[in-house]
Design a binder for this molecule. Structure first.
Ligand code: CU
Length: 488
C-alpha cells in the first residue's frame, strides 16, 4: 500500500516536470533572440550578443553599384532613386524579403561633386508612405526629406539643390514618423559620396572597390526561414540583431592588393554601437568624421561608431603581406582582409586634410540648451515628445550658436543617445567642459552622448526652414525623441 502511494507521488512529480518543460519549450520555440531580450528589463547593459554564423562561408564583400546619372539637362545632373521591395540572398537557403533603393537590399552609392546642381527624382514603389532623407547633406528643408516631406505610396517627388559642402561620406534613408525604424531595418539605406578638388589634391585611396571600400555595418536577426521579422524583434530601447550584415553580406572578406586601403564606415544599425579594432591590435588612421575630413590624420587603435555616424579610416597593411586580418567589434569579426603577397604601392598619406578644428572658446555667447532624458517609451527631449505641429526652437540663418546638450540619467541609469541634427554640420567643442580628442573634432551631424554627459557643439545653419533633431537610436526616435527647429 505504502509503496503504491510513493509510486503515485513520484509519477505525479515527473508529470508536473514534463508539463513545465513542454511549456517552456513551446514558449521558447517561437521566440526570436530579441523577444527573449524584450522579456527582460531593458537597461543599456542589455545588449544582444553578436554571434558569428560559422555555417555561412566567408564571401566577398558586396559592393553597392555607383548610381549613374539618368540624364543631364542644362547644368543639372538628374538621378532616379526608387524605394521598392525585393528579395535578397543574404543567408544560404531561402531568400530574404527585403526593401532596397533601385535594387533588392540597401541602395547604390550616389557620387556628387561639390558645386554641381543636382535633381533627385524619387519614387516610392512601396505599399506605404516613406520619405527620402539625405543624412548629413546641407540642403533646404523641402529637400531634406525629414518627417514633413512624406512621399505617399506609388508617388514621386523631385528635389533640386546645389551641392554646397566639402567632400564627405553621407548616407540616405527613410524618415516617415512611425515607420523609419522598420523601413531601415528591412533594407532602406544607401551612401552618398561628395567629392571636391581638395580631396583630389590629397591623393587618398579613391579607386572604388579596389582601395576605397564602402562598409555599411548593420545587425539583423533572421527567422528559421531566413526572414526579417521586425515586429517580433522590435525593442523600445533599440532593435538589435545577433548577426552582423555588412553591405548585405554575412561574413564578408576583401582581397587587399594595395598597401593602403580606405574604409568608409557607416553604422547603419537601428541601435547597436560598435567599437572597432584590428585583430592584430595594430593602429589605423582616421581621416574623416560624419561631415568631412579631419584637420590632420589621427592615429587610433580603436574607434567607436554610434548609429548614424560615419568614419573614414585608412589601413596600412604593408607589413602584413600574405596575412589574413580582421576588423573586429569585441570578439566578433566584422570584415576579413586577405592580404596579397605583393602589394601595389600608393602615395603616402598627406599631413593636412581639411576642416579646421573648432576652438574651445566660442565666438558667441548664445547657448541653446537641449535636454535628453528617459529610456524605452519614456524618452523625451526637453521634457516633451515629438509633435510635428509644434516648433521647439528657432535659429537665425548664418548665425553661429552653441548648443549644450545634456543627457539626464534616471533611476534606471539612463542610456547613450546618438543625437542627430538635420540641415547642417556642427563641431564638438567640449564634453563635460573638456576638449575632445582630435579624431572627434571634424564636422559632425551625429554625436553620441552618454548618461550624465554635457556636450557643447558649435553650430550654424546655412539653410532656412524647419529641420528636425532627434536621437538616432531609431526606436527612440519612433518613441518621440525628436524636436523641430525653425531656421529663419
Ligand atoms: Cu536615444
Amino acid at each position: 500500500m505504502k509503496k503504491s502511494i510513493w509510486l503515485s507521488i513520484l509519477i505525479g512529480i515527473l508529470l508536473l516536470i514534463s508539463i513545465a518543460m513542454i511549456g517552456l519549450w513551446l514558449i521558447n520555440r517561437g521566440m526570436t533572440p530579441n523577444e527573449h531580450r524584450n522579456m527582460d528589463m531593458g537597461t543599456q547593459d542589455e545588449v544582444l550578443v553578436l554571434q558569428e554564423d560559422k555555417a555561412e562561408k566567408l564571401k566577398p564583400l558586396q559592393l553597392p553599384k555607383i548610381l549613374a546619372p539618368s540624364s543631364k539637362e542644362n547644368n543639372t545632373t538628374i538621378y532616379d532613386i526608387e524605394a521598392k521591395s525585393g528579395e535578397a540572398s543574404i543567408k544560404s537557403g531561402e531568400k530574404t524579403r527585403t526593401l532596397g533603393y533601385n535594387g533588392n537590399y540597401l541602395g547604390p552609392v550616389i557620387r556628387l561633386q561639390k558645386g554641381e546642381e543636382v535633381t533627385f527624382r524619387t519614387k516610392n514603389s512601396l505599399d506605404e508612405e516613406t520619405s527620402f532623407h539625405w543624412h548629413g547633406l546641407v540642403v533646404p528643408d523641402d529637400v531634406d526629406g525629414g518627417p514633413n516631406q512624406i512621399v505617399q505610396a506609388n508617388s514621386e517627388k523631385s528635389v533640386n539643390f546645389q551641392v554646397s559642402q566639402d567632400a564627405a561620406t553621407l548616407w540616405f534613408h527613410p524618415h516617415p514618423e512611425g515607420k523609419t525604424a522598420k523601413q531601415v531595418y528591412e533594407g532602406l539605406a544607401g551612401l552618398i559620396y561628395i567629392e571636391d578638388n581638395n580631396e583630389k589634391s590629397k591623393n587618398l585611396p579613391s579607386d572604388y572597390g579596389k582601395n576605397d571600400f564602402p562598409v555599411v555595418i548593420q545587425d539583423r536577426n533572421f527567422t528559421a526561414r531566413n526572414q526579417f521579422d521586425y515586429e517580433a524583434d522590435k525593442n523600445s530601447d533599440g532593435t538589435q540583431g545577433e548577426n552582423l550584415v555588412i553591405n548585405g553580406t554575412i561574413r564578408p572578406y576583401i582581397e587587399v592588393k594595395y598597401d593602403r586601403i580606405r574604409l568608409r564606415l557607416l553604422n547603419g544599425s537601428n541601435a547597436r554601437e560598435y567599437k572597432l579594432k584590428m585583430s592584430n591590435d595594430t593602429s589605423f588612421t582616421q581621416i574623416a568624421t560624419d561631415g568631412g575630413f579631419l584637420e590632420k590624420p589621427a592615429t587610433l587603435k580603436s574607434i567607436q561608431l554610434a548609429p548614424g555616424e560615419r568614419s573614414e579610416i585608412i589601413l596600412d597593411v604593408a607589413k602584413e603581406k600574405g596575412q589574413t586580418l580582421e576588423l573586429k567589434d569585441g570578439n566578433t569579426n566584422v570584415l576579413t582582409f586577405k592580404i596579397a603577397n605583393s602589394l601595389l604601392l600608393g602615395p603616402p598619406l598627406p599631413k593636412e586634410l581639411g576642416t579646421k578644428k573648432a576652438t574651445k572658446d566660442p565666438a558667441t555667447d548664445k547657448v541653446e540648451k537641449i535636454e535628453l532624458s528617459g529610456m524605452g517609451t519614456m524618452v523625451r527631449i526637453d521634457g516633451q515628445k515629438f509633435n510635428k505641429n509644434r516648433i521647439d526652437k528657432v535659429a537665425k540663418q548664418g548665425e553661429e550658436e552653441i548648443f549644450e546638450i545634456t543627457n539626464q540619467d534616471d533611476m534606471m541609469g539612463g542610456m547613450n543617445h546618438p543625437f542627430h541634427i538635420h540641415g547642417t554640420q556642427f563641431q564638438i567643442v567640449s564634453r563635460n567642459g573638456k576638449e575632445v580628442a582630435d579624431n572627434e573634432r571634424g564636422l559632425k551631424d551625429t554625436v553620441l552622448i552618454a548618461p550624465n554627459e554635457k556636450v557643447q557643439i558649435k553650430i550654424r545653419f546655412t539653410q532656412k526652414g524647419l529641420f528636425v533633431y532627434h536621437c538616432h537610436n531609431l526606436e527612440h526616435e519612433e518613441n518621440g525623441m525628436m524636436g523641430q527647429i525653425n531656421v529663419i
